[in-house]
Design a protein around this ligand. Structure first.
Ligand SMILES: [Zn+2]
Length: 205
């Protein structure tokens, strides 16, 4: 992805040539005039697809946070744990850095991403302007690499297998929601057409 200088100007990331780009129909690929490297690709129906996946993601998120994650049963003793109570337990056990990391990468950042997309794309869809949309989109792009839900899910699956020898583990609805959320969020992120967003917001980065 090249670097935007202004609304319709983009600098090639390979050779730094700044060039004017007219509005392009989707799907289209804009290539550098001098070196031919891809400047960006426009995406078909980006606004609708991003919004649909984002809304689905928010619903799954609510399910993942509110419903039980795992139910453990060892003889007569039963125990249920949720996503939040799992992180709480880490805090109580004194593993504060890990608890904070899990809280950030698995819960707060994915939520922030979805809320940012919702905040930016609803006005784009309905053609009105909101304050701070440009700052929100910048923040959205910055936190992207810090979303690591799949690692958390992997950890959960490993512990299910390990604990399975000691107790009966029943995966809850939240595990399924969380697993689906990983895919849905990936689809939402890949539907985002950054060039189109910058062009519509009139910002530069
Ligand atoms: Zn170039």
């Amino acid at each position: 992805m090249g670097k935007f200088k202004s609304m319709h100007q983009i600098a090639c990331h390979e050779c730094d040539l700044v060039q004017e780009i007219p509005p392009l129909p989707a799907p289209a690929t804009a290539c550098c005039l001098r070196c031919g490297s891809v400047l960006f690709r426009t995406k078909v129906d980006s606004i609708n697809r991003t919004l649909a996946w984002t809304i689905a993601g928010l619903v799954l998120y609510v399910v993942a946070v509110t419903f039980p994650f795992l139910a453990m049963k060892n003889g007569a003793i039963g125990n249920q744990t949720g996503l939040l109570s799992g992180i709480q337990q880490l805090y109580h056990q004194g593993i504060i850095s890990l608890a904070t990391l899990v809280l950030l990468t698995c819960l707060l950042i994915p939520l922030l991403q979805m809320l940012a997309l919702f905040y930016i794309f609803v006005p784009l869809k309905l053609n009105f302007r909101v304050k701070y949309a440009i700052s929100m989109f910048r923040l959205f792009q910055k936190v992207k690499p810090w979303s690591m839900m799949e690692i958390y899910l992997l950890g959960i699956l490993v512990s299910i297998v390990k604990l399975g020898k000691m107790a009966t583990i029943v995966p809850g609805l939240a595990v399924i929601a969380f697993g689906l959320l990983i895919f849905v969020l990936t689809f939402a992120l890949s539907a985002v057409d950054s060039h189109m967003v910058w062009e519509r917001l009139g910002g530069d980065s």
